[in-house]
Ligand binder design. Structure first.
Ligand code: FMN
Length: 197
């Protein structure tokens, strides 16, 4: 935490997305979150952290206690964050391989996820990616991530009317409001987890 806004400390949130595709709906959700933290929510400094440069996990790439440069940079960003926003698409009823890869790299000792607050959002098919949330929550037990329980936000991206434009930008106002409520809950929970003094 750095500054203080209207007696509330500013929290740093690292936002990551489990989809690598250009017009990803899930990355669209992160863009909405970034906009909200700039325009209508005070006290959150959010940064999008791209997981696409990470190599596939191979512990042989760890040499003399050092990780490959892209991994070092990613781990440092996570370490510096107070909490994490994860946009988690559902692949075959679970979280995606790129997201699991990123979670695994940053879990290598010392585990840089430890004791951070986190929130999950998703967009996808029938259940909006919801099933990925519950696998991700299970992984978070060992990572020592503390997920907010409510509100839950998963969005069926394919049900009319259109929720996203062709570039993957969220255009649905109700969903933007739901995202805002997730961010407010994450902010409150992050502050609750901060040591008091
Ligand atoms: C390998 C693969 C498996 C998928 N499995 C599921 C699934 O189990 N449930 C679901 O709702 N959607 C599934 N989908 C569809 C994705 O949810 C959909 O492509 C979504 O748009 C992906 O997120 P993105 O737009 O951020 O890339 C799958 C897509 C792929 C590529």
């Amino acid at each position: 935490m750095e500054a203080v806004v209207a007696s509330k400390p500013v929290i740093k949130v690292a936002a990551i997305c489990g989809s690598l595709r250009k017009a990803s709906y899930n990355r669209g959700l992160i863009r909405t979150a970034l906009e909200l933290t700039k325009e209508s929510i005070a006290g959150i400094q959010m940064e999008y952290i791209d997981i696409s440069p990470l190599p596939m996990l191979d512990t042989d790439l760890e040499v003399d206690g050092k990780f490959p440069p892209a991994v070092e940079a990613f781990r440092q960003k996570i370490l510096e964050a107070d909490s994490i926003l994860i946009a988690s698409p559902e692949y075959n009823y679970s979280l995606t391989a790129p997201l699991k890869n990123a979670l695994d790299w940053a879990s290598r000792p010392p585990n840089v996820w430890a004791d951070k607050a986190a929130a999950i959002v998703s967009a996808g098919g029938g259940f909006g990616g919801a099933r990925s949330h519950y696998h991700l929550r299970q992984v978070g037990v060992f990572l020592d991530l503390h997920f907010i329980n409510k509100p839950e936000f998963y969005l069926n991206a394919f049900q009319p009317p259109a929720k996203f434009d062709s570039d993957g930008n969220l255009i649905d106002e109700d969903s933007k409001e739901r995202m805002k409520q997730v961010l407010l809950s994450l902010q409150a929970f992050t502050l609750r987890l901060q040591p008091k003094n």
